[in-house]
Ligand binder design. Structure first.
Ligand SMILES: [Fe+2]
Ligand SMILES: [Fe+2]
Length: 294
């Protein structure tokens, strides 16, 4: 078995490219076919075509993201005692994350953030929505602290209760220690029916981290986008509805409104960072001024 600190993806973008292969169009369910046999067949096709690196990435993610693991990462990283940086400094710091991908076709992390935000801006959305687009992946700085890919990106899912079989490559959960603990492997596990997502631990990654960095300073709609943008089993597959409360269900409309900007706005047209910087400095100043704790 590969060591848990292995980095199977050539770049973090490989995960997002795979998401796009699984969800080729905005708002459509994972597999459009309603016939369960056809569904299985489409899944087999997806699984067959998935890159070995992506498969290995999910194997590690599903094996090691246990309830204990998530609690330990939260206890550590959510102290936010690693760095003091402005949002722009964090974006520049994230830009140090250069990977093996082809520099001609791939965007830097900062360019992905700007492309996402600029599409939101072009569609006339409120300023906080644009800012949410700009900061949504800043949590990926976890990689620069030495965290493995499988503890930074990947579709997120609740831990502490049964893993849904609609989670991509769910078969890899067979190696997760929680699966043999009856307390953690029942429908509700450690949770109560309709308890609300705020009480639920999702697998650890960049979403939860950025949420905590800005949680006292942005509108709640933005916070839902930041915290749950990778929760594909929830916002795309409709799984785990029994853990949500009515407020979550209402707020998920915003998570779904955000998703197309994250997934479908990548283009080869590179945003001009220097030209756009003054607009984003103003926006940061409005909602998230000064140095933040990371
Ligand atoms: Fe993300
Ligand atoms: Fe993103």
């Amino acid at each position: 078995m590969t060591a848990p600190n292995a980095q199977p993806l050539a770049s973090l973008d490989e995960w997002e490219d795979d998401l796009k292969a699984r969800y080729p169009e905005a708002g459509t369910p994972q597999f459009k076919a309603t016939d369960p046999e056809k569904k299985k067949e489409e899944f087999r096709n997806y699984a067959k075509n998935a890159r070995p690196s992506v498969r290995e990435f999910y194997r590690l993610n599903h094996t090691y993201q246990s309830h204990d693991f998530v609690r330990a990462k939260k206890a550590d990283f959510l102290k936010l005692n690693r760095r003091r940086m402005t949002v722009w400094e964090a974006a520049e710091f994230l830009n140090n994350l250069v990977d093996d991908s082809d520099p001609d076709t791939d965007l830097s992390q900062l360019q992905h953030l700007l492309q996402t935000a600029e599409h939101i801006r072009r569609d006339g959305h409120p300023r906080w929505f644009i800012l949410a687009g700009f900061i949504h992946d800043l949590g990926k700085i976890l990689c620069l602290y030495g965290e493995p890919q499988w503890a930074v990106v990947g579709d997120t899912f609740p831990v502490g209760c049964k893993f849904s079989d609609k989670i991509v490559f769910s078969e890899f959960f067979s190696a997760n220690p929680d699966i043999s603990n009856p307390k953690l492997n029942s429908r509700l596990g450690v949770y109560e029916e309709g308890c609300g997502l705020d009480k639920v631990d999702l697998s650890w990654g960049h979403d939860e981290y950025i949420y905590h960095v800005v949680k006292d300073r942005m509108p709640e709609e933005a916070l839902y986008m930041l915290r749950y943008h990778s929760f594909y089993p929830g916002h795309r597959e409709g799984e785990y509805d029994y853990l949500l409360n009515d407020h979550d269900r209402k707020m998920f409309d915003w998570v779904r409104a955000f998703n197309p900007y994250d997934l479908y706005t990548k283009s080869h047209e590179k945003p001009d960072v220097e030209k756009l910087k003054p607009f984003y400095m103003d926006l940061i100043e409005e909602y998230l001024p000064g140095k933040l704790s990371w």
